[in-house]
Design a binder for this molecule. Structure first.
Ligand code: UT7
Length: 331
């Protein structure tokens, strides 16, 4: 019989400091009305100077551990989806492993930008389904403020810092779990959303620093066109190939990059807004963290019951995109 992977705990962490649209008005040539109407964002969270991505990830993982009563020595693997690792190496996963004291777990990072959590969830699902691993922590965490240029109005209004985490375990088919997962990539989109320097192609030099190549660059319009199309496509496809439609959905949990991209997916799926988890107004785009953060809030708000059909969908840098379909397995 096939082993099914299920989410058996979910948690999140956001830093305390709030950066509002009005704060940004004092930093760049922008205004609250533009940001709200073009993106749906009102405020975002920003890390303290001494907080790194691993600190966000550890807090999210701790809330999962607390919720499930998990003995950290039983954790088999920790996967951290991030584009803002503490260091190039060791992986942020290794740092999280040590901070949690999860000494029997192997750990690694996965870089798939805004689709990172869905990529990591897929890998965690496969580890569980293989039968070789029983407890996998999947984390989406990004300190976007570490790579955002707060002089560039095209990007600085969009991003925030956060982490979300889930525990994956083998569960009984009768209890639901992850029913399907789809991932895609199109490397021809690489230079529409990326950080130009810092890697082996353009190692840090005075020139890369002077050119601001260590910050996020985004051709917003081009990314928007792909995102609107692909996120709706993949959410629709995962439902139809499993014999479902929007009517069957309890909760659609999309990547939170832009409210207009979410609106397009809602129209395509023919669902109501009470079937969608939206928290972009409070956090902005937290890259790999958006989906586990929204899931964790939906769970805390008691919007999910055991057996509910849930779809995640994301689109991001790479380009990467994907979707997961699950039956919620927690009471
Ligand atoms: O999460 C990973 C994937 N990322 C995404 O999915 C993001 C996709 N892209 C977007 O969400 C949108 O393209 C943005 C929110 C980034 C931009 O919205 P837009 O409606 O595509 O605006 P635009 O880039 O076409 O800019 C329109 C105008 C421009 O001025 P002109 O050239 O028309 O005079 C911009 O310079 O708005 C200007 N603008 C701003 N004005 C005030 C750009 N940023 C700002 C700003 N405040 N912060």
């Amino acid at each position: 019989m096939k082993i099914r992977a299920g989410i058996t705990a979910v948690g999140h962490y956001v830093p305390e400091r709030i950066l509002t649209n009005f704060d940004l008005e004092k930093m760049v040539d922008t205004n609250d009305e533009w940001i709200r109407s073009r993106t749906g964002i009102i405020e975002r969270r920003i890390c303290a100077a001494d907080q790194a991505t691993s600190d966000l990830a550890v807090e999210a993982a701790r809330s999962v551990i607390q919720q499930s009563g998990l003995d950290v020595q039983t954790i088999d693997a920790i996967i951290v989806a991030t584009v803002t690792p503490d260091h190039f190496f060791p992986s942020t996963g290794n740092i999280v492993q040590e901070k949690l004291g999860a000494h029997k777990a192997f750990s690694y990072d996965l870089a798939a930008a805004c689709s990172g959590f869905l990529y990591a969830l897929h890998m965690g699902m496969i580890l569980i389904e293989s039968g070789r691993h029983k407890k996998v922590i999947v984390i989406g965490a990004d300190k976007m403020s570490s790579i955002v240029n707060y002089k560039d109005r095209n990007t600085c209004v969009l991003f925030g810092d956060a982490a979300g985490a889930v525990l994956l375990e083998p569960i009984d088919e009768a209890d639901g779990g992850i029913l399907d997962s789809m991932l895609f990539a199109d490397g021809s989109g690489a230079e529409y959303l990326y950080m130009k320097a810092g890697g082996s192609k353009h190692p840090p030099t005075m020139e890369t620093l002077a050119n601001d190549w260590h910050f996020v660059y985004q051709d917003g319009k081009s990314v928007f066109k792909f995102a609107v199309q692909k996120m709706a496509d993949v959410a629709e496809e995962i439902l139809t190939r499993n014999g479902f439609s929007g009517k069957d959905l309890k909760m659609f949990i999309p990547h939170q990059a832009n409210l207009r991209i979410i609106d397009a997916a809602v129209r395509r799926l023919k669902i109501d807004y009470d079937q969608v988890m939206i928290n972009i107004s409070r956090y902005g785009n937290t890259t790999a963290a958006t989906i586990p953060l929204a899931l964790s809030e939906a769970y805390q708000m008691k919007k999910l019951e055991k057996g509910d059909l849930v779809v995640f969908a994301a689109f991001g840098g790479g380009f990467t995109w994907g979707s997961s379909l699950l039956r919620w397995s927690l009471p």
